[in-house]
Design a protein. Structure first.
Ligand SMILES: Cc1cc2nc3c(=O)[nH]c(=O)nc-3n(C[C@H](O)[C@H](O)[C@H](O)COP(=O)(O)O)c2cc1C
Length: 182
């Protein structure tokens, strides 16, 4: 049997930051093949609403979004810092490019078939507030890409201004457990 593949969308600009700490913990529990898409270093343009996808079941822009469109993974993790209550700009750009799925369904009448997959969300936030919008948008990304997201597969390290994620034992343990479960 082929090893299961995981794609981790890493929405942090900081290579050794809080999101990276959570991803490290998740990866320590995770088996199979893993690839990371570093959203800040990848070349992923935002959707420009050119409407090519209204008549073609794909995107006109050819860039690193290929890694997502390939749909060759069995688990999908959205990991991001919270910016203004939501996800970071390059993750928003990536999310906008999922418009091809909406267009295929509504304009072409033929949804793009996706591999069923399991999902997880890792969030890091400097403040103590619950990042409801970041969670909602992460859930939307996973749903559009065919990933189920059980509530227990969401881990967050909040209050990183006071306690960086690498010192947040509860969040790291939860991320590791999610990795094992995925
Ligand atoms: C532009 C910007 C906006 C931010 N907005 C929020 C916010 O709305 N809520 C919050 O809790 N933290 C916010 N933060 C703090 C980051 O989420 C926090 O420092 C996080 O732990 C950074 O993760 P990283 O080290 O993985 O990049 C913001 C940080 C930046 C730079």
């Amino acid at each position: 049997m082929k090893p299961l593949k995981t794609l981790i969308i890493n929405g942090s600009p900081r290579a050794r930051g809080d999101t990276a700490a959570l991803i490290g913990a998740l990866r320590s529990g995770l088996a199979g093949e893993v690839s990371e898409l570093p959203a800040y270093r990848a070349r992923i343009s935002p959707c420009v609403d050119c409407r090519f996808c209204h008549t073609n079941a794909r995107c006109a822009i050819d860039d690193d979004m290929r890694a997502v469109y390939a749909d060759d993974f069995d688990r999908l993790v959205v990991a991001s810092p919270v910016y203004y209550g939501s996800l970071t700009p390059p993750v928003m750009a990536l999310a906008s490019r999922l418009q091809i799925h909406h267009a295929a369904k509504h304009f072409l009448g033929a949804p793009i078939e996706l591999r069923p997959k399991r999902g997880a969300v890792l969030l890091a936030g400097g403040g103590k507030g619950i990042p409801a919008e970041a969670r909602r948008l992460s859930r939307v990304i996973l749903r559009i890409l065919g990933a189920e997201l059980p509530e227990e597969n969401v881990a967050s390290s909040l209050n990183t201004d006071e306690l960086p994620a690498r010192g947040d034992a509860a969040a790291l343990e939860k991320a590791r457990e999610i990795g094992e479960r995925l």
